[in-house]
Design a protein. Structure first.
Length: 490
């Protein structure tokens, strides 16, 4: 049998990477700054684990890998050039199928065993469970894990531990599991929760030092001043993540609300619930959300709590609102509360095809539910900007409770106008990126409109009887006030 055809002259780019290679933990995550050698280390780890696999009776060291990257474009730009340096694309020992993105590799080793490996390269952004069905894998590599949805990673992880099997169908791999490389995730990201907060059994995190540290890894491959130059013109938050390797907030675009200042508008301690009416802003769809707002006697507005659901409907949102009210706002009767929602909620719901979503929500909660006066993006944004730019008695006119984690993350970099790159340069999208942080921001905008922000923008001729939108809105609120015996501070 021919000798091993690959060059094994590999030296780990630092002690943390070396430690990453040396453990048999079920799932290992290698985290560090930009350019610290994480992806290269994972390519070699795939090879090492395949070489260490127990051979079968035919002396084949069999493994099946799933390699995840957020998009195929990123896969070809980041993963494949490094992959083909270790595993030749086309040679006597390998077969690569570009159409279906798999690589079959059979490499003889000096001990007369053979690496018998198949690798499936899958784009996570378009993946669903169907993409993973039928793959009986040994292990998974998630490249840049913080960019990949937990759903895609969980789907891939569900396929490991199925291969190889002996003649009787018994699984006999000497190791199976997952490896992840990533830049530092957000502190609310699933990666941070699994590896840092919950420290799940069998999950180990390996954190590389800052790029500016004397112990920085993989420095031999770059300029000695690489990280100093990398930070020029960047924000502190960006430098913390991509230079120092610290968890935090990051963004790729322009903030929708640069007026927000975390040190000013965010309360480090829980806010006290007052006795003024409670306004609940809601957004519908498959990711329904709700935010709980109050306005005090001097018109300062407090975001007291939030609800963010996934793959749910209006009835589950209603249940979540009722639970939240019983837990934190139990002193309020339904007469003290109003729900204001996305005007699209006036469309017929999928519950009975007759009632609107707003009507269904009111029926399930027992709370008066109305549509926001407008869905105009400009007006909604202005409502938020007005309250962010205002001071009352030298204090902010808008304050966020610590429980509003998704709202805060949106303000700090997740609710953005994405950068669009084209042949004429860069520009920003006209509407915010649609992600998990968008919906709670929509809720806030509807709630602020109900609390009277940007009312002047709503004034104008109405199509109904010549009345202004603002007049019609006031008539609605006056009717609700009479029904519920509320006292308005407007």
């Amino acid at each position: 049998m021919q000798p091993f055809p690959l060059n094994l002259n590999y030296e780990p780019a630092g002690p943390v990477i070396n430690e990453f290679h040396g453990t048999d933990a079920r799932v290992r995550c290698l985290q560090g700054p930009l350019g610290s050698g994480k992806t290269t280390a994972c390519v070699w780890e795939v090879l090492f684990r395949s070489m260490m696999q127990e051979p079968n009776k035919d002396r084949l060291r069999q493994t099946c890998w799933i390699v995840l990257k957020n998009t195929y474009k990123q896969m070809w730009r980041v993963v494949m050039p490094l992959w083909f340096k270790v595993f030749p694309r086309e040679c006597e020992f390998t077969e690569f199928n570009q159409q279906y993105m798999w690589h079959k590799i059979k490499i003889p080793l000096p001990d007369n065993t053979v690496i018998d490996m198949v690798v499936y390269f899958i784009s996570a952004d378009k993946a669903n469970e169907e993409d993973f069905k039928g793959i009986n894998a040994t292990a998974v590599w998630a490249c840049e894990g913080s960019d990949i949805s937990p759903g895609a990673i969980n789907a891939a992880f569900s396929r490991w531990g199925r291969y190889p099997q002996d003649d009787k169908g018994n699984f006999f791999a000497s190791w199976h599991g997952g490896i992840i490389d990533t830049n530092p995730p957000d502190t609310d990201d699933w990666l941070y929760k699994v590896f840092d907060e919950n420290r799940a059994n069998g999950y180990l995190m390996f954190k590389q030092p800052s790029g500016l540290s004397p112990n920085a890894e993989n420095m031999r491959s770059k300029s000695p001043t690489y990280y100093q130059e990398l930070g020029i013109g960047k924000s502190k938050a960006w430098i913390d993540i991509f230079v120092h390797g610290k968890e935090g907030f990051a963004m790729d675009g322009k903030l929708v609300f640069p007026e927000y200042m975390d040190d000013l508008h965010y309360s480090r301690t829980p806010l006290l619930v007052g006795r003024s009416r409670l306004v609940i802003g809601v957004d519908f769809g498959l990711t329904p959300s709700a935010i709980f707002l109050q306005q005090d006697a001097v018109s300062r507005i407090y975001a007291l709590d939030e609800i963010c659901l996934w793959e749910s409907g209006v009835t589950r949102l209603a249940d979540a609102i009722k639970r939240k009210l019983s837990e934190r706002f139990h002193d309020f009767s339904n007469r003290d509360i109003i729900i204001v929602g996305d005007p699209a909620g006036n469309q017929r719901s999928q519950i009975d095809g007759i009632s609107t979503t707003l009507q269904v929500l009111q029926a399930y909660t027992g709370i008066t539910t109305i549509a926001a006066p407008t869905n105009s993006v400009d007006t909604r944004f202005e409502a938020v900007r007005l309250v962010l730019n205002k001071l009352i008695d030298a204090k902010p006119a808008f304050i966020i409770d610590p429980s509003c984690k998704m709202l805060r993350k949106g303000f700090n970099g997740k609710y953005i106008l994405r950068t669009l790159r084209g042949p004429t340069g860069e520009k920003y999208a006209e509407e915010p990126a649609d992600n998990e942080y968008t919906h709670i921001q929509d809720c806030l905008q509807y709630g602020l409109l109900q609390l009277g922000q940007a009312r002047e923008l709503l004034q104008g001729p109405s199509k109904l009887g010549g009345q202004s939108n603002d007049f019609a809105w006031d008539q609605t609120n006056q009717r609700l006030a009479k029904e519920a015996d509320w006292r308005y501070s407007w």
